[in-house]
Design a protein around this ligand. Structure first.
Ligand SMILES: [Fe+2]
Length: 577
């Protein structure tokens, strides 16, 4: 049985294909059309899914969409009636949603087939149920608490659930305009980060701040009977577009979230290219601090209803790896399974698996053991790309390739590491990564000056051999998808200085040999040369979506001052080119 999952006409459009209950391929459209956070119809992703299983669209039994415009309709109407200026907007949005619901003709058109050939059944699933499904159904658990939170989806910002066997029972929803994600976005915008998806950057700024505004910022979002409530005086009304708009070309634009009350209290908002002041850092600090307080409050409440040790979590806010790293000490939950594509691209997987298990009642056998669900490319395709680019290269067997690459990293060179299937989700996890020495004090500056051009305050992440985690970090819960930040042990901070953030933490990826044997062996080879079972890992890209195909990696290598490219079995040195 083939199920195609979709996230469409929404930020981070994506497609995933589930074959007899197993997710065999999944990809966000941005990786293929190269438009970051693309929010149109994922035509290329659908084609890639079908190619991956050698199927045609007429072979698909079910199509599941992680969005249901009929969900929470009463709440939406109630909000529109209370905000008359928004009614027209609301009606316009409903019309657009109706048009987009015609999945059959959209698929037929994009794949150039006769709609009569399509025999699939169509399913629409509420946004946050799809998020929770994307975590729970990929986890190894038969029982867990389910939690999803983000800016908004189907008029909801937060959902809690009891997950057991095949069932996800929704316990509670927080409706718009109250949203922890919008709270975070509003302050990020105020301090000059106005693009969709910028929130992750500001998380790195928070530890540079001091506890100056915690009390005031605490007033922006109050705790309430197990939930929370925004003080709407700080916000512009979000309207029915829920604060975010997908433009006709598929790019995503954020509406201004903050009101003049923020300006009155904190002064003029920062312009994106202006210098970051202590005020901005202190606001980032207060924002992260309050975010965590509300998050832990919600989880503690959830635990009273579902007293489990296991927490299955997704939603864009679940990418807040700093909060994730602290939840083991702040809540009773002991184990997390967080969907690597916790943002909205993950909805395609969630909707597809929900159809399989909850709608069709098929048994659970699948566990997502790694995030390498994207495309891979043959050696001959890579080699022809290198030839076309007029690059000199060496073809090596596995062991010599690992030895030579580890040698280059140990010598302080920056290596583009392109291997196997592309990662699913926003993190590079050792298949589309730039790797470097974690213990060289200038490595962060080198990477920023030569390739990444990131804000000075953003840390780089470590990949560590999983069984050595406890030696280097103060917490040993695994972090296979780079979704937890832990303190680095004092005696190891110098050894990891290029990945040690200002608050002595690191957003680690714990790597097992089972998940990624080649990457694991590379880190081990590096340890033999440099004495540290850790490499610095940052995504393989330069202000663009992470590279997907060999040509994008080769272009990035040529365009930037990357020293080495290890792509498939080929090693390319800048000094020889
Ligand atoms: Fe979402």
């Amino acid at each position: 049985m083939l199920i195609l999952g979709l996230n469409m006409f929404h930020a981070d459009a994506s497609a995933a294909i589930v074959h007899d209950g197993e997710v065999v391929f999944a990809i966000a459209e941005e990786r293929l059309n190269r438009v970051k956070h693309y929010g149109g119809f994922p035509s290329l992703a659908v084609k890639a899914c079908l190619d991956a299983v050698g199927a045609r669209i007429s072979d698909i039994d079910h199509v599941a969409v992680g969005q249901d415009s009929d969900a929470n309709l009463a709440k939406k109407a109630q909000y529109a009636l209370a905000n008359p200026a928004k009614i027209l907007n609301f009606i316009r949005l409903r019309r657009r949603k109706e048009a987009m619901r015609d999945v059959r003709s959209l698929l037929a058109k994009s794949l150039e087939v006769d709609p009569k050939e399509l025999r699939f059944q169509e399913h629409h699933l509420e946004h946050h149920i799809a998020h929770i499904a994307s975590a729970y159904y990929c986890s190894p658990w038969g029982k867990a608490a389910g939690f999803s939170y983000d800016g908004s989806g189907d008029f909801v910002s937060t959902m809690t659930a009891r997950c057991e066997g095949n069932d996800i029972e929704v316990l509670d929803r927080v409706f718009l305009p109250h949203s922890l994600g919008s709270f975070y976005t509003m302050i990020c915008e105020f301090i000059g980060y106005k693009k969709y998806g910028d929130e992750g950057k500001v998380m790195g700024l928070a530890p540079y701040g001091k506890d100056r505004y915690c009390e005031q910022v605490g007033g922006v979002i109050g705790l309430k009977n197990g939930g929370f409530q925004l003080d709407l005086n700080y916000f512009k009304p979000l309207g029915s577009n829920q604060g975010m708009q997908v433009l006709p070309d598929g790019t995503v634009r954020l509406a201004r979230h903050f009101s003049d009350r923020m300006v009155k209290l904190f002064g003029e908002p920062r312009e994106p290219d202006a210098k970051i002041t202590q005020r901005d850092m202190d606001l980032a600090y207060a924002m992260q601090h309050r975010f965590e307080e509300v998050f832990f409050h919600l989880l503690n409440q959830l635990h009273t209803h579902v007293p489990a040790e296991n927490l299955a979590m997704a939603g864009g806010c679940a990418l807040n790896s700093v909060a994730n790293g602290k939840l083991f000490t702040q809540t009773p939950f002991q184990h997390t399974w967080i969907q690597p594509a916790a943002g909205d691209e993950g909805l395609s997987i969630g909707a597809a698996l929900h159809t399989y298990h909850s709608v069709l009642k098929q048994p659970r056998r699948y566990v997502m053991k790694n995030a390498y669900l994207g495309p891979e490319f043959s050696d001959s395709r890579i080699e022809s790309g290198l030839r076309k680019a007029n690059l000199r290269y060496h073809q090596l067997e596995r062991e010599p390739l690992l030895e030579a690459t580890a040698e280059q990293i140990a010598a302080g060179n920056v290596v583009g590491w392109f291997q196997g299937r592309m990662e699913w989700g926003p993190r590079a996890l050792g298949n589309r990564s730039i790797v470097a020495h974690p213990g060289l004090p200038n490595m962060k500056d080198v990477l920023n000056a030569r390739i990444k051009h990131r804000e000075w305050f953003r840390p780089f992440a470590p990949s560590i051999l999983a069984e050595r985690q406890n030696e280097y970090f103060e917490h040993d819960h695994p972090s296979p998808f780079m979704l937890h930040v832990y303190k680095i042990r004092p005696e190891k901070r110098e050894q990891l200085c290029a990945v040690n953030h200002v608050d002595d933490t690191g957003r680690l990826q714990s790597v097992t040999r089972d998940e990624n044997p080649l990457y694991y062996d590379l880190i081990q080879a590096f340890e033999r040369k440099a004495g540290t079972p850790v490499v610095l890992n940052t995504s393989f890209n330069e202000n663009e979506p992470i590279v997907c195909a060999p040509q994008e990696a080769i272009d990035c290598f040529k365009r930037t001052r990357m020293d080495v490219l290890a792509i498939g079995p080929f090693l390319v040195l800048k000094t020889e080119n």
